[in-house]
Design a protein around this ligand. Sequence first.
Ligand code: ADP
Length: 557
Amino acid sequence: PETDMSDLAIASRAVLKPIAHIAEAAGIPQEALEPYGRYKAKIDPQHLLPRGVKAGKVVLVSGISPTPAGEGKSTVSVGLGDALAATGTKTMIALREPSLGPIFGMKGGATGGGYAQVLPMDEINMHFTGDFHAITSANNLLMALLDNHLHQGNALGIDPRRISFKRVLDMNDRALRNIVIGLGGPSEGIPRETGFEITVASEVMAVFCLATGLSDLRARLGRMTIAYTYDKRPVTVDDLGAAGAMTMLLKEAIKPNLVQTIAGTPALIHGGPFANIAHGCNSAIATNTARSLADVVVTEAGFGADLGAEKFMDIKARFAGCAPSAVVLVATVRALKMHGGVAKDSLSAQNLDAVRLGMANLARHAANIRKFGVEPVIAVNRFTTDTPEELAEITSWAAEAGIECAVADVWGRGGAGATELAQAVLRTIDAPNDFAPLYELERPTEEKILTIVREIYGGDGVEYSPGAKRMLQQIRDNGWDDLPVCMAKTQYSFSDDPALLGAPQGFMVQVRELIPKTGAGFIVAITGAIMTMPGLPKVPAAMHMDVDEQGRAVGLS
Ligand code: ADP
């Protein structure tokens, strides 16, 4: 295959099968299939045939701490899925829906790359089946009802200065971080300071991704704490009476979306919280739907394993019962060199010392995975600039450490580039494992945070802002102490300082704010300078995008 083509060029040359064929091969009956155009469909889990107790095994794809050099977790997830399917294993892929923020900001699309992509890539990247629009609308309906409640006399006694929810938009738009609404006089609402968050950081998105069905969705939405009264009692969505209408707005969106890879492997793409400011994995409904259809489900958790994988295990797997049987850690020679101190513009030159140094990052992530009782499998995502000596540094270290490891070239060769990786994964999921979350829910919130900081990040301790300390007390007083913690931390470092690469030690983590997400069922701990509404870079990726005369997308990679 040619590898000098863009992801979009490769995607547009692929021959897609009608989605009904993909569904049939995946064992999805016609009654469950709701086509959205020719190549996308929603699946109604209520119409799937029960498969008894035999649920598919979960392979979680995560990675080393991300660097600007790129790791390729989605690309490896798709290529690994194709490689597993090629062995005759009944396989399904379960991924997140891309957010428009990163697409037009720095990252570009999130549908894999090269010959390991899910299709139709431009449609999945933009609008797709409208799920994010539905989630945005449900959140903003809630906010309209809340501001109307204030305007109509505020029977609940909500303190307008203590409203913890914001309106959302699926865009990177720093100008909306802090705004004042309700200006213009008595008939224009109650003036108050607020702001926007990106849709993928919202609690509605988290609830959507953790709900096990429509009634659980409604119950979770109703439990969300949206504000506090003048006497500081929590106000929930149920107090406002908004859960029914919000659920109605989400009733179609909650059905998982079926698409295909270039090789025709079925993939469910559904839900998409960020992993640095939210919990970072696709919907529980999609993962469990995939498990009811396939023997092996390849799913991805965003950013490094300190964020995505930790939250997958401590939050999603705990609630949704989808514990992984193996965790694939994606690493690249280029990214390891960056962790070893090499600058981005010098990555093409061979540098064995830097690879060796940077491997400390990979080694800590691998050791962390074992703390959950699950075995890691290292996938070295091969780039054309990698030298055999550099690749051997990683594979021989892994062999010595007794960790399964394979070099994969799924970007250049699709599933054929991951046969060795697929075998390593099959061996690992066949072996017994002993999954357990890192901490018990009964422990106090501070102890849970400290356990994550010490065991996963390698830090010494935690420092709380005065506001966070006050919230710890409120968490105890309101009986929220048995919720898991969802850390909001930079993805670039094990610490809360994005500049500390490799495997830093001897640092403290600063918790600035604690936000109870009582619908999602976790406490968000905001560390460092994490923002829930990202901004655009100096030259946004959007500057290179267009459509050609046939109406096809250009510049979406
Ligand atoms: P992640 O999921 O880790 O954020 P992606 O899988 O989305 O990363 O990949 C990011 C970008 O890097 C994509 O544009 C993809 O085409 C590119 N990419 C991934 N793997 C390779 C590779 N082995 N060689 C070249 N480019 C790659």
